[in-house]
Every structure is written in C-alpha cells, then in structure tokens.
Ligand binder design. Structure first.
Ligand SMILES: Cc1ncc(COP(=O)(O)O)c(C=O)c1O
Length: 417
C-alpha cells in the first residue's frame, strides 16, 4: 500500500512565501507591474573578469570532467587567503576549508552530517529558513532562540541562550548564528563572538555561523568573523558565500571554514553526494577571491544607494523603517495602524493595493511576526516609485474606512477609497 506521506516531506510544510508568490504571479499575469522586494536574489551582473575566467576555462581541455568535491586546491587556497587578508585568520587549506555548492548546500549537508533524530539544535527566530530546516530535514529537533529588539539586546540574547540550553533535553548539539542577519539585518561585534565562544565551549556545543553577508555592509563597518576569536576553531565553523559578494547567486559557490572535525564531516558526506562544482566555476571563483576587489565596493555601493532611497522615501510615505547597517534587506515593522493584521495579511494588502511585494516576517519563524522583509533588489527609481504607492495606500487606509477588517471572512477586505 502507498504510504500516506513521506516522512521527510511531512517535516516540510508548504513554503510560507508561497501565498504571496501566488498573488504576485496572478497580478503579473493580469499585466500589473509589481515592484518586487520579495526575494534576496541579487539583480546586478557578475563582474566581467569573473565571467571571462569562466569562459576561458570552459574552453580548456578536461574541464568537463568530474571535479573535486572538496574544491580544487587553488580554490581552497584562495579561500584561506581571503580569511588571512580579511580577518587575519590562518586556515589549513587541506583540513579547515571546503568549497560548497552555495553556502546553503554546505549548511544543509553539515546539518545532516552531525545530527540524528533525537538531537537538539538551537536556532534563532526569526532566521533564514535553512537554519532550522536543514536540521528538521535531518530529523533533529529545534529549540528556538527568540531574538529580541531593544537596548539590552546582547544581554537578552545570552539570557535567552542560557535558558534555551538549560531546558534542552538532551543538551544541544549546536547553536546557529547568522550576523549580519537575514532577515533582521542585525550585526554584532567581536566581543559578542568572544562571549559566544566562551559560552559554547563551556556547554560543549558547536557553533555554526552563517557569514553570507560578510561583505555587504555599509558605513565602513566590516562584520567580524567568529574565527577571529582565539579558540573558536575548537568549536566553530563558518559559512561563506560568493552569491552576494560577487553577485554570483546562480553560480552556486560558497565555502565553509573552521573546525577540522566539522569540515571533515562535511567533506565525508559530500564525497558521497556530489563531485563538486563545475571546474570552470571553481576556477572563476578563485579569480573572484584573488582578483581586484573594487567590484565588491561597487556592489556594496549599489545596495547602499538603494537602502538610503528606501529608508528616506518610505519615511516620507509615513512608514518608518530602521536603516539596515548590512545585508541586502530592511527589516520593517508593520506600520502601527495595520499591525493587527499580521505580516501575512499586510503583505497581501501591500501587493494588491500598492503593487509592492515584500516577504512576511512570519515566514522566517514565529518571532518574525510583526515585520516584513524588504529586499534591496529593485533600483533606486523603482524603490522611490514603491514608496509613492505605499504613501497612497497608507493614506487611503488612514483616511477613510477603506480597510474593513471583516471578522466574518478569512481576511480583511479592502474597498476602493
Ligand atoms: C543568511 C543566508 N545564508 C545563506 C544564503 C544562501 O546563499 P548561497 O547562495 O551561498 O547558498 C542566503 C541567501 O539568501 C542567506 O541570506
């Protein structure tokens, strides 16, 4: 007899963003121009010297063959050189670094490699979905770590962490961190990582730090690496991505660095699963890491201009959005007059009435409610257009009874104003 539902599929609820995506597709099919801040998908071209290196390498003999799962030696050396240059961290290219098919693949496969049903992992909420689902797919259990706002943030973090660890049965295998954060755009300093390393060492747990936004920062404040903390290599591994730094999201190239046992575990599982990225991609990725970095400055500058346009024009439209210090996202509290709707309904209304797509905070976990995530993936002009649409929408909401939270039906109704 056919099984009811496959064990792992049951652990994967339909994607929360699907609802908004469906409405977006419908609106587009009806010919509407939707300004789409929904996805974290970089829209600028990959710098030409990286593309040229790929093309040149494709023409070389034997690059069509299976590549190396851990990454070709030149790429692993380029990755360690980046760590030395950027963070002053020395890594062994043989044992402390591994290339991954994007950081997401590396994260998910490490989760598979190190946990088993019955294990518990501490994952922040809100978070990028794979941080929880990598472990959920592996059969492990998640203990959420609520990330709070406010002046006592760091203190609040350790208080919540202490509590989470205290109540974990069995004790947690690992803690996931992601700063600069997707979706909240929060950043931390090296002192924070020092405290984390001390804490994790004391509690005998690993730390998996996702540093995908290492190079997407503003205001001249480069985010630190947890590996800068003495002793961090005993317990921590860090994920890096070329997707945002060099606008290479579709190329699928990232890497993991740090604790040799964790890197070894990831290497082992990957040796069964894949043959590594296409060699020309690995060669081009080496060129990206070793080559001139002014393209990174340019990419950073593009996001910064968009960020400033978004924050200032939305403020004029009546929506106060904190300016993100890093990442390609703004984490926007729902305007107070509409907060009661929740992030999903608010996102739907914004799509229908302002023609602006955002990601509802609830899609990033329970503690993402009350916010929406706005990706800096539309150009300045369209960002300003979005703010004009939002202003009209908000004033129609506040001006009359245009939005009637209709208790008799599933969601609020909007009537023409
Ligand atoms: C925090 C975070 N980690 C990982 C990823 C995935 O990056 P990659 O393309 O390297 O798999 C993203 C992409 O949006 C992200 O925001």
């Amino acid at each position: 007899m056919m099984q009811e539902e496959f064990h792992r599929i049951r652990r994967l609820p339909p994607y929360v963003f699907e609802e908004v995506n469906r409405l977006k597709a419908q609106a587009r099919a009806a010919g509407e121009d939707i300004i789409d801040f929904g996805m974290g998908n970089p829209d600028m071209p990959t710098p030409s010297h990286i593309v040229e290196k790929l093309v040149e390498t494709v023409h070389r003999p034997r690059t069509n063959r299976y590549s190396s799962s851990r990454g070709i030696p030149g790429l692993r050396r380029a990755m360690t050189a980046y760590y030395r240059r950027r963070f002053g961290v020395l890594l062994d290219p043989e044992t402390e670094v591994i290339a991954t098919l994007g950081s997401k693949e590396g994260f998910a496969n490490l989760a598979q490699a190190i946990t088993t049903p019955g294990d518990v992992v501490i994952v922040p909420s809100p978070s990028y979905p794979i941080h929880a689902y990598g472990f959920i797919i592996a059969g492990a259990a998640i203990r959420q770590l609520p990330l709070t706002d406010g002046p006592q943030e760091t203190e609040g973090f350790f208080h919540a962490l202490e509590r989470a660890v205290h109540h974990c049965v069995p004790p947690p295998t690992a803690l996931v961190l992601n700063y600069p954060s997707n979706p909240t755009a929060k950043v931390v300093d090296l002192e924070f990582y020092k405290d984390v390393v001390k804490f994790a060492t004391r509690h005998n747990m690993f730390v998996l730090s996702d540093l995908a936004y290492a190079e997407i920062y503003f205001d001249n404040n480069p985010p630190p690496s947890i590996l800068q903390v003495p002793g961090a290599k005993e317990i921590a591994v860090e994920f890096q991505s070329l997707s945002k730094t060099y606008a290479m999201p579709g190329w699928r190239m990232g890497f993991a660095a740090g604790n040799a046992r964790l890197i070894g575990a990831l290497a082992r599982i990957k040796s069964y699963l894949d043959y590594g990225a296409f060699t020309p991609i690995q060669v081009a990725a080496s060129a990206a890491l070793n080559g001139p970095q002014d393209c990174v400055d340019e990419i950073r500058q593009i996001y910064k201009v968009r960020r400033d346009a978004l924050v200032s024009s939305m403020a004029r439209a009546g929506w106060d959005i904190p300016s993100p210090p890093a990442t390609m996202f703004a984490w926007a509290p729902i305007p107070p007059s509409l907060k009661h709707l929740g992030s999903m309904e608010f996102s739907k209304l914004l799509l229908q009435h302002a023609k602006v797509a955002v990601s509802p905070g609830i899609g990033f976990g329970e503690y993402g409610e009350g916010y929406v995530r706005i990706g800096l993936v539309e150009n300045e002009q369209r960002t300003r257009q979005a703010a004009r649409n939002v202003r009209r929408f908000l004033s129609s909401v506040e001006g009359s009874n245009s939005i009637l939270p209709d208790e008799s039906s599933a969601g609020p109704k909007v009537v023409a104003s």
